[in-house]
Design a protein around this ligand. Sequence first.
Ligand code: WT7
Length: 671
Amino acid sequence: MLQHKGVTPIEQAQNKDDSSTATGNKIKKNKKQYAMKNYVIESLPDYFKQYKKSIKNPKKFWDKIADENFVWYQRWEKVVNYDMHEAKIEWFINAKLNITKNCIDRHLAQRGNKTAIIWEPNDPNEAAQHITYQDLYDRVGKMSNVLRAQGIEKGDRVTIYLPMIPELAVAMLACARIGAVHSVVFAGFSASAVASRINDSGSKVVITSDGSYRGNKTLDLKSIVDDALTKATGVGKVLVVKHTNNEVKIQEGRDLWLQPLLDDAPIENIPTIMDAEDPLYILYTSGSTGKPKGMLHTCAGYMVYIGYTFKNVFNYKENDIYWCTADIGWVTGHSYILYGPLINGATTVIFEGVPTYPEPDRFWSVIEKHKVTQFYTAPTAIRSLAKETTEWVEKHDLSSLKVIGSVGEPINDEAWHWYNDHVGKKKCPIVDTWWQTETGGIMISPLPFVTPTKPTYATLPIPGIQPVLMDEKRNEITGNQVDGNLCIRFPWPGIARTIWGDHQRYKDTYFSAFPGKYFTGDGALRDEVGYYRITGRVDDVIIVSGHNLGTAPIEDSINEHPAVAESAIVGYPHDIKGNALYGFVILKDVGESRDRDNLRKEINQLIADQIGPIAKLDKIQFVAGLPKTRSGKIMRRILRKIAEGDFNNFGDTTTLLDPDVVEAIKNERIG
Ligand code: WT7
């Protein structure tokens, strides 16, 4: 058997007796712990009761949940330490655990033959895979041993750039098992984006595949990685999954096919004992500069928060089949395709394809095929499917559905009703879940069969979450029927602990605008009964088709074009994507004689190369100047109004340096 160095007596003891928390510590054996029933809210009065408890005594509240529902090597000494001014937050101090024991090992006795993952391939004619908890244990064990044999140790970073195939889940879990920090990069990002994420995280290893299928398109992921590695340093090994059988270049000494290594690896793998606050993963999100912002999540708090929210928000019951359509490359996939469902011993569907392939009824056909009970998707997908004839939905038996969910951006009234009428058939509660990469898990959402829903409202906070609305003067706005900047008052276990390698930036971004509170970057209103509705970003982030895009990195790319002097981008409302991007570009003299349409193509190509096709601009207007304040700040508010075609509500323009600039831009707006 392959054993890594430094197997401690705790590990050995633990490995012999999986069902206990065998450290001689205070933890009692809790027979109920696999039932995961101890914290399910079943009624509105119960919700209010739990919520009150969670606010009055958050330590006691989370202590009980953590104690009764998870397996630990060693109990915590203290529930929480925090300083919201310094942005220092720790949960379950000194506890020892491994999240994969909670996701896999502890289920084996009761659920070994239960399906953990249903993998639905891109091609509907290819058979789906049903991976049981036992299979998952075997596959993760082998992968863990392969990673260890490649020299990966606790704390090392591993970049994962894979399509939505089972190996993606297996690779993430294997990292978590050996204590390596996974950094999953969405397989739609370009080589430059991959390179900057490899460099920022300091990854030693990249796991990728020969290619990916998305509808009728294929993408050559390995050559994107090859390209990225000409710009990134420090990667010693590239492990390649064979998936599309696309021909790839194998660089001797660096690249290895994964399958032969897995074939030779033993199954048994002793998990690494992790401290509660050891890093679990890095996930990059958009920021206000071009530098990637790696949100760091740690082991214990994340596990507890995701386990709790999954169970409650989706009202998961033992035989349910749960499907979240997000990509695992985003936080939704991390928390609610992988970790949340597996912590709860659930069956989770992983779908490789796209909603419109081979026809626009693929979602509905997969729901029917696998008898999906909980379906979780994004408003942009709902809007694009709602524009097709309803025959596509009606063709399919969706009667297995119990709960349907939405995430990623505000869901507009029309999409909410279409979803409710045609997918939920007016009998499935819609959980409109508001949260962020930074929050780790769902923060504000109805609980199905508990919270009465209201179209476009995310409704009430999850127990433990204290939303507050703040005005520009940093005063808290109390009472109902008000709106303001959405902040959170007290830490919760799932919050990201830092930005990888840059704690100051973490503090500045989230904890300085409203001192003592976490600032979300979103605006929200609170209605007459205290329900929250998220109104959208109040900062320079634009959400396009559910993808969070910072203006700065896109402007940086545009400005690299030799003919461009300066640029500003804003979002404007779009029927399907929610928002689309509108760019205002000032040309240098050398650009003046160039064909405008060619320039537009080149600019979009640059963006696609540097960030990815998701960040391309729908409209590009060449302008002579941009509206700026006297201090030189671009007044995006005005550009946003122009992009929307609203010339009457520019707001306060007294700080505008040159009003003529605005007139010129208005006259040449692209409609
Ligand atoms: C931003 C976070 C949450 C996982 C996927 C996106 C927006 C998210 C909702 C919702 C209104 C929402 C917010 C948030 N958002 N969910 N239900 N209603 N807006 O994670 O990429 O970190 O984006 O998405 O603006 O701040 P993310």
